[in-house]
Design a protein around this ligand. Structure first.
Ligand SMILES: Cc1cc2nc3c(=O)[nH]c(=O)nc-3n(C[C@H](O)[C@H](O)[C@H](O)COP(=O)(O)OP(=O)(O)OC[C@H]3O[C@@H](n4cnc5c(N)ncnc54)[C@H](O)[C@@H]3O)c2cc1C
Length: 392
């Protein structure tokens, strides 16, 4: 490990690896620091991602894919099952352990240095500019100076806070999650299943994401507003006892998902935040793999350009949030509005939406029809629904 790089990326998740990869491709000297022993492990994710999403950056490899998914089944509070086939799209339940690892290899192959067991414990600053990090690597403390730091250190990002970027999130927008990886269950292998309504998951949803061979990720995310009354784990355990009493629970994980609007200004002089650290998660679905990759991808490019120009100030780095907003930022704001509207629906309203959507013949039923029905109380949001689903 050298004592100086153009770019230091903190965190080796999908957002960090994409940032390191792009910055290295753009000619910068790059070092990526990951605190855990392995990139990609432990997995704290339902592992769902879309083919089109991944394909923006890279051709999906067979080894990344545990199961291809052709549709979704949305289960209403009274257990009506609305089956929607994905139109022109394939979903994947990934093996993130392999996927994340490969992304870090791509960054390394482009010239980035990757270190694990490298915990960043402090930022170095000179006046109003971030100038480096202090890292504990294999028990040894080191100071590394950098022209640009990219904070890809996930939801609990301390890099952002240390730099003085506002990373706070409202309790109601913080999804509290628990997930079991379970085997020995009979589950629809081709569809992702999502249970909605207060009885299953207040302010969120409960998911069953099949990974094939009687194996699945079964998890729940509930709004922080509700988790103080009854924990996410209590909801999930009730569901497991009812639906899958014989399941073998092989892994248990807990985590949070920032289902807020993306941080508008995730930069300061010499620093950018990407991925969960910058709340780059679809607030409606909680999906943050692809959008985090996009955040890292854009930040990596802007970092390489800034290095080439020799200017690492906020004035130059502003290109990053500007590109973000044009890309998925605006859509995430629309998703946030739709989430707010659907979170206010009662169980009866959700049941009647399901009834109405079930009247649409299966071959004509689309995600757009479900979303449009879901915002019936706020017809003005139909425009937002159409925009997010057309990717505008
Ligand atoms: C239960 C659950 C289910 C989910 N399901 C899905 C899903 O199905 N689909 C989807 O798209 N998204 C899902 N998400 C969200 C998704 O996991 C995240 O959005 C995504 O991992 C964000 O990537 P990232 O690179 O920003 O952060 P992370 O993947 O969290 O990576 C951050 C990395 O930074 C490292 N780090 C942190 N601090 C330091 C430090 N000080 N020094 C060095 N390294 C540090 C961490 O060890 C970690 O490896 C889920 C999340 C949870 C919690």
């Amino acid at each position: 490990m050298k004592s100086s790089y153009d770019v230091v990326v903190v965190g080796g998740g999908p957002a960090g690896s994409m940032a390191a990869w792009e910055a290295a491709k753009g000619g910068a000297s790059v070092c990526m620091l990951e605190k855990d022993r392995d990139i990609g492990y432990p997995v704290r994710c339902g592992e769902a991602a879309s083919d089109l999403g991944l394909r923006q950056f890279v051709e999906p490899k067979d080894s990344w894919i545990a199961k291809k998914i052709s549709g979704a089944v949305i289960v209403s509070p009274n257990e009506s099952k609305v089956h929607v086939k994905f139109a022109n799209e394939t979903g994947y339940i990934l093996n993130r352990r392999i996927f994340d690892y490969d992304l870090s290899r791509y960054a390394a192959n482009a010239g980035a240095e990757v270190y694990t067991k490298a915990y960043v414990k402090e930022l170095l600053k000179s006046e109003e500019t971030v100038t480096g990090v202090v890292v504990d690597h294999l028990g040894e403390e080191k100071k590394i100076s950098a022209k640009i730091i990219i904070g890809a250190d996930g939801l609990t990002s301390r890099i952002g806070r240390w730099a003085g970027i506002k990373t706070q999130i409202r309790m109601k927008d913080m999804e509290s999650c628990v997930q079991y990886s379970v085997s020995n269950i009979d589950v629809d292998p081709d569809n992702m299943i999502m249970y909605v309504g207060e009885n299953f998951a207040p302010g969120g949803y409960l998911w069953v994401f099949p990974k094939g061979d009687k194996f699945a990720n079964i998890g729940i995310g509930i709004s922080g507003k509700h988790s103080k009354y009854k924990s996410a784990k209590a909801y999930l355990d009730e569901f497991m006892a009812r639906e899958f009493p014989n399941a073998a629970i092989l892994t248990t994980m807990c985590g949070g998902v920032p289902c807020a609007k993306p941080i508008k200004h995730p930069i300061k002089n010499g620093i950018m935040l990407v991925g969960d650290a910058a709340h780059q998660v679809n607030p409606m679905t909680g999906g943050g793999i692809v959008s985090g990759m996009k955040g890292g991808w854009l930040a990596g490019q802007v970092a390489a350009d800034a290095i080439a120009k020799g200017d690492y100030s906020e004035k130059t780095l502003i290109a990053y949030p500007e590109k973000l907003r044009k890309d998925f930022g605006k859509n995430h704001e629309r998703f946030y509005k739709i989430k707010e509207a659907t979170a206010a629906l009662t169980m009866d309203e959700l049941n009647s939406i399901a009834e109405n959507v079930l009247k649409i013949p299966f071959e004509k039923r689309t995600l757009a029809s479900v979303f449009k029905a879901a915002v019936f109380k706020k017809p003005s949001l139909i425009i937002d629904v159409l925009k997010v689903l057309s990717g505008v």
